[in-house]
Design a protein around this ligand. Structure first.
Ligand SMILES: [Zn+2]
Length: 412
């Protein structure tokens, strides 16, 4: 049994209330056992490690609900040249960057497998807690079909990694079962085309209603959530109708989508970071974006922010997800700045990246706030995020990161 006391800080606990001055957090092994005014915390009469944060800000570990830890950038053809083992070693460094940026939990929206998750859980490598989808489901020629007109299929293939391409009700059913057998904790479905896929456009709906309903039915048999990559209006509606839990990107959502999301309690993950950076890259003629993505990236970004703002104002539940992997890892908390630009106040954005994000993963009992009994995932910010949210996006301002009661980064 070991105790760790974080003291002399200002506590923003993730629940959205007023920050607490002169605060401390007491951790026993990997759990939070007390948090609040320092003088109100009873210090145990045994050996205790103390970290004085010198007036910095104590926050819950952040949660990014949309990353791809196994990829970075647009150059999908890299997979042709990359030895399979190197593909995994790259992920070690990316996970380190992610946790150093203050993100202690992620939902991997495609590619991370059960071995990657186990390596983190066993403490072999340092990384955020993973909720894995293993392989997203996609139709032939859809957003997760990496087949090129040359006839080459450039998606990584190896034993234990199921292929998510499926067409027709019964094939789709079997594919969901294979993905769950491979350890998926959430099911990801490409219900529309995408910006970075060669053979479609983001507006195209993908999968029939019948297929989508089968996917949700199979996932619900195991109490798994289903999240939808969705840009186009029809695809967004199909996903909500089928009972999916979350719309990722949500670019072309309209008033009807907003109403449906509110009445179904569907989460929205805007992924501003990817939308903004993709557009910047697309406008830069020297960047390495494939030609098939350029026009899509610019067209989608044009309508994205306005539609997300409408959804936000109407009361749709919005949580933090960045699509890091499409963009560089380790910039995750820049997303909170974009959420504020869209209209959230800073405290709301923090809750969207902590407590609410935990709810969207179905892990609110364990993570997402600094409260008695929760896992000790804590981030110390040098600056006040309520007055300088953009500073949170710079990992140099993240002074300390604790995951599961262990200090994994310390610049104090
Ligand atoms: Zn993604």
């Amino acid at each position: 049994m070991s105790y760790l006391l974080i003291n002399n800080g200002i506590l923003i606990n993730g629940n959205g209330g007023t920050p607490i001055q002169d605060a401390a957090v007491l951790i026993k092994d990997n759990r939070i056992v007390a948090a609040g005014l320092e003088e109100s915390i009873k210090i145990p009469d045994e050996k205790i490690n103390i970290v004085d944060v010198k007036g910095s800000f104590i926050l819950p570990g952040f949660i990014d609900v949309h990353v791809h830890i196994m990829t970075e950038g647009f150059a999908r053809e890299d997979t042709i040249y990359t030895p399979l083992s190197l593909y995994f070693y790259y992920a070690i460094e990316r996970m380190k960057r992610t946790i150093n940026a203050g993100v202690t939990s992620v939902r991997d929206a495609g590619f991370a497998d059960i071995g990657v998750k186990l390596a983190v859980d066993k403490g072999i490598i340092i990384g955020p807690r993973l909720q894995i989808s293993v392989s997203p489901l996609s139709i032939t020629g859809g957003h997760f079909d990496f087949w090129l007109n040359s006839g080459f299929d450039i998606k990584p293939k190896y034993p234990g990694y199921p292929d998510g391409i499926a067409d027709g009700k019964e094939v789709v059913r079997k594919t969901v079962r294979e993905i769950m057998r491979a350890g998926a904790e959430v099911i990801k479905v490409m219900v529309t085309g995408g910006v970075i896929s060669a053979n479609d456009r983001p507006e195209y709906p993908q999968f029939s209603m019948e297929e989508l309903e089968v996917i949700v039915e199979e996932a619900k048999y195991r109490d798994l959530q289903v999240v939808a990559h969705a840009h186009g209006t029809k695809g967004i509606k199909n996903a909500i109708k089928a009972g999916m839990n979350s719309i990722e990107h949500g670019t072309c959502l309209d008033d009807e989508c907003i109403e449906m999301m509110i009445s179904n309690g569907t989460f929205l993950v805007p992924t501003f970071l990817a939308m903004k950076i993709n557009k910047e890259l697309a406008e830069d003629e020297t960047s390495a974006i494939p030609d098939w993505s350029r026009e899509d990236a610019i067209r989608m970004e044009k309508v994205h922010e306005n539609n997300i703002r409408k959804a936000y104002k109407a009361g749709v539940k919005i949580v933090m997800g960045t699509d890091s992997g499409v963009v560089t890892h380790g910039r995750n908390l820049e997303e909170l700045g974009y959420m504020c630009d869209m209209g959230m106040d800073p405290m709301e954005a923090i809750v969207a990246g902590t407590k609410k994000a935990a709810e969207s993963l179905g892990r609110e009992e364990k993570v997402g706030s600094i409260e008695f009994g929760k896992l000790a995932d804590i981030v110390i910010s040098k600056n006040d995020p309520l007055t300088s949210m953009k500073s949170l996006g710079d990992p140099n301002n993240i002074l300390l990161v604790i995951k599961d009661g262990k200090i994994v980064k310390n610049l104090l």
